[in-house]
Design a protein around this ligand. Structure first.
Ligand SMILES: [Zn+2]
Length: 374
């Protein structure tokens, strides 16, 4: 009976906090009382608890219809923060985000590919610590460090099962925990990116997220929730065949979308960075223009297959989404030719946070956990 009471109290406090968290307009104590069906004393009691925890504050006053001054309320969005890390074979991106998933700091670092399987865990721990020092991140407010990995992570999040671009197989979460002193969570990178995109979108329509990184992956959200599939491998869009018998893929097969649309094709394969490729492309380098057309054509085949199967918005995210903006009209032309139903291809969008989406999405795990457990 006693624990029922505690649960009920916690649920009420959670509903007050969540209302303020989601509120985009002016919100007063009276608004909370009306909208949540709570008595004013209950609202006051819960607010005083939340203010004591530093989670809610008062904001500007506004005149009520009766001409009385009314105090506004808001959550303190940086009361807690989370760090997200996205790792590839030779670089790491780190984001610090607040409770509303707004980015407070960001950094990208390159490194030499480590030889031993635990090398990545060591690099993550070292770079996170440097990031914390450099950006003066307050460790007391840090909820945890989310790590986005380009591979299949087990359903329980305890093991990285396979990451071909990192050359890793069966690495346990413990290897990361041993190196990093903060709560840590592993997640597939495309699920992170898709999660972040879905979280910040106003619309909760169905969504397929296509992650364009060194590895190509994806995530599917149906009816507002992630669809993982029977084997936790839904959205492995990188291995859709876009050219039978074509280029060799990291998975060992031929003609996969990843073989044609990985960032490698326009950077490491050419011995340059994506930025240098874009610069050359814009200055009229014919060889690069042909390569880019080939890239876009295969990307369109992959996107069209996703659209045909799922019939939902397709969002392009990951590192390369930063560089694709200028080519969206061309990409839509290719898509229009392939699709007999949709001549405009207006179901395709670029992710809101571009190359920051994945590290931000890695941090999202701890924000959702905080919201659920408050
Ligand atoms: Zn493949």
């Amino acid at each position: 009976m006693k624990s029922d009471n505690i649960d009920r109290k916690r649920a009420t406090r959670n509903s007050v906090y969540r209302y303020l968290y989601n509120c985009k307009d002016f919100c007063s104590r009276q608004t909370l009382s009306n909208e949540l069906g709570l008595s004013l004393p209950t609202v006051y009691q819960n607010l005083s608890e939340l203010m004591e925890l530093g989670l809610v504050c008062t904001t500007d006053e506004k005149l009520s219809t009766g001409g009385r001054r009314v105090e506004g309320l808001s959550i303190v969005s940086d009361a807690h923060i989370a760090i997200g890390v996205s790792i590839s074979a030779d670089s790491i991106r780190i984001s610090e985000v607040d409770l509303r998933l707004s980015e407070l700091a960001y950094k990208k670092v390159t490194f030499h590919r480590p030889d031993d399987p635990n090398g990545y865990a060591k690099i993550i721990a070292k770079e996170v610590e440097k990031f914390i020092e450099e950006f003066k991140v307050d460790r007391r407010r840090l909820l945890g460090v989310g790590v986005a990995l380009p591979g299949v992570v087990s359903k329980d999040g305890f093991k990285l099962e396979y990451a071909p671009t990192l050359g890793l197989r069966d690495v346990s979460l413990d290897a990361f925990k041993e190196e990093c002193p903060y709560p840590i969570h592993l997640e597939n990178d495309a699920n992170c990116g898709g999660g972040a995109e879905w979280f910040v979108r106003d619309s909760k329509r169905n969504l397929a997220y296509l992650s364009l990184e060194q590895g190509i992956g994806g995530a599917v959200f149906v009816g507002g929730t992630p669809y993982y599939g029977d084997n936790h491998r839904s959205g492995e869009f990188g291995h859709i065949c876009v050219e039978p018998g074509g280029l060799k893929c990291s998975c060992g097969r031929q003609g996969c979308l990843e073989a044609y649309c990985s960032t490698r094709r326009i950077s490491s394969d050419l011995g340059i960075t994506e930025e240098e490729f874009t610069k050359e492309l814009n200055s009229g380098n014919v060889e690069y223009m042909l390569l880019w057309e080939n890239y876009l054509r295969h990307l369109a085949i992959g996107i069209n297959n996703i659209r045909m199967v799922l019939d939902c918005d397709v969002v392009l995210g990951g590192y390369l989404s930063e560089f694709i903006e200028n080519s969206m009209p061309r990409l839509k032309e290719y898509l229009a030719v392939l699709n007999p139903f949709e001549p405009k291809a207006d179901y395709i969008h670029l992710s809101r946070h571009r190359k920051h989406t994945i590290p931000m999405g890695a941090a999202l795990h701890f924000i959702i956990k905080f919201l659920d457990e408050l």
